[in-house]
Design a protein around this ligand. Structure first.
Ligand code: PGA
Ligand code: ZN
Length: 432
């Protein structure tokens, strides 16, 4: 019976995410008695072509963000179509979910995401496999634990008082294990708090746990990051480098980039110039959404100018959508894919997008959302698919740390079977 278990029940309920907004928990039961649950995360700086969440829109309740309609969809249309299906045939399950979300009454990407993950988790359990091994299709050793990018300073849509740019991250490029990388990132994070406090700057935290200092210039954050790395006793660039996600789509209006905190407006070419200058001055190894999702021409210029020097990650522009991403690959845009299951809505479609990235030799960064829960599926996804990189926010706040702690457990469980991914080893980052 093991491995052939069929779905016998699907249930759902409304829970809260890390921002205090409702989200969906879905639980499935299988014929062999196994049960598993998963939660849908939720973004704030979302791409316009992302799969759409189903929300109640009753402004009197949870400011319109309730998900009781999605709960009803999971218990109704989704449940009745999935009953009797084999959980291990995830592609078939996900095809049904995708179809239900395309129908006249879409069930919502929050519903499909939580259901897809819950079914996959149950299938793994049913086959007595850790989730990461199930996701890896029983792939042989070694298993790669991902290199983390740890959020440290934030702004944009995730912290209105902070910088124009959304995310500044520490990348422990010198680490040789995930545990060491996490330690280095956490130590730099604490040092950054001291650096900020020492300059009389606030140490309040944004949605993903990063500090949100109200700096006059976006570049000032990089200087603070350098000081923090040094203060933590590491060499800036050699031990710890930086990754950025300015979330440039949020700055794009009327064909230009508006950096309101600095009071400047940049054309696409000027934006590329800014990134080139920063990459030449600071140890930046990765730049996500350096250009807006609407600015494909700007993205092309960015890739031509900087694609051989730095990882250029597409988030809003590709939205983990295999069709859109393939178009980007064909046009030579970016050199890495940000992977968010709920942007496309099912695990199978996510794996399909990742397959395209592998064929095109693009890098892969598994990502949380700014609205998160205690669900740790993305940690297993990163190891199971040997993606090589993960970003799950600051080493602070339980919904962020839950993923990192899961990776610590996986690394320990794997023991000698674990290899640590060092994607930036070959890069010689600029010294600040
Ligand atoms: P989001 O942001 O989850 O709010 O969309 C994360 C990101 O832009 O990477
Ligand atoms: Zn992003």
């Amino acid at each position: 019976m093991a491995g052939k278990a069929t779905i016998t029940d699907v249930a759902a309920r409304q829970v809260l995410d890390s921002r205090g907004n409702p989200t969906l928990a879905v639980r499935v039961w299988l014929s062999d008695g196994v049960t598993a649950e998963a939660y849908a995360p939720s973004g704030a700086s979302t791409g316009t072509r992302e799969a759409v969440e189903l929300r109640d829109r009753d402004m009197a309740v949870f400011r319109g963000k309730g998900v009781l309609k999605a709960v009803a969809m999971a218990k109704g249309a989704v449940r009745s179509r999935l009953l009797g299906m084999e959980a291990r045939h995830l592609a078939a399950v996900d095809a049904v979910l995708a179809e239900l979300d395309q129908g006249p009454e879409p069930v919502g990407a929050n519903t499909t995401t939580a259901t897809s993950l819950a079914v996959a988790r149950a299938a793994a359990e049913s086959e007595h496999l850790p989730f990461y091994k199930f996701l890896g299709g029983g792939a042989s050793v070694p298993h790669f634990c991902p290199c983390p990018s740890l959020m440290c300073s934030t702004g944009g849509a995730h912290a209105k008082d902070g910088t124009d740019f959304q995310e500044y991250m520490f990348v422990p490029v010198g680490a040789t294990s995930f545990a060491q990388a996490l330690r280095m990132g956490a130590e730099c994070f604490h040092a950054l708090r001291d650096v900020l406090a020492g300059r009389g700057l606030p140490t309040s935290q944004g949605d993903e746990g990063g500090f949100a200092p109200p700096l006059a210039h976006n570049e000032d954050a990089l200087e603070l990051l350098c000081r923090a790395v040094e203060q933590a006793g590491y060499a800036c660039g050699e031990d710890v480098a930086f990754a950025l996600d300015p979330a440039a789509s949020e700055l794009w209006r009327d064909g230009a980039y508006h950096l309101e905190r600095e009071g400047v407006t940049y054309s696409s070419a000027q934006m590329v110039d800014l990134w080139e200058r920063w990459i030449g001055s600071y140890p930046i190894v990765s730049l996500e959404d350096g250009m807006a999702e609407q600015d494909w021409d700007g993205w092309r210029q960015l890739t031509e100018r900087l694609g051989s020097r730095v990882q250029l990650v597409g988030d809003d522009i590709f939205v983990t959508n295999p069709t859109i991403f393939q178009e980007g690959v064909d046009k030579g845009i970016a050199n890495a894919l940000l992977v968010k299951v709920n942007q496309i809505g099912t695990l199978s479609e996510t794996l399909q997008a990742m397959q395209i990235a592998r064929r095109a030799s693009y890098g892969l960064v598994i990502s949380h959302r700014s609205g998160e829960t205690e669900d740790t599926s993305i940690a297993d996804l990163a190891v199971g698919t040997a993606a090589g990189q993960i970003k799950s926010g600051a080493p602070s706040r339980s919904e962020r740390v839950a993923k990192y702690n899961r990776l610590l457990a996986i690394e320990e469980e794997l023991g000698a079977e674990a290899s640590f991914s060092r994607p930036f080893l070959a890069v010689a980052p600029a010294q600040a």
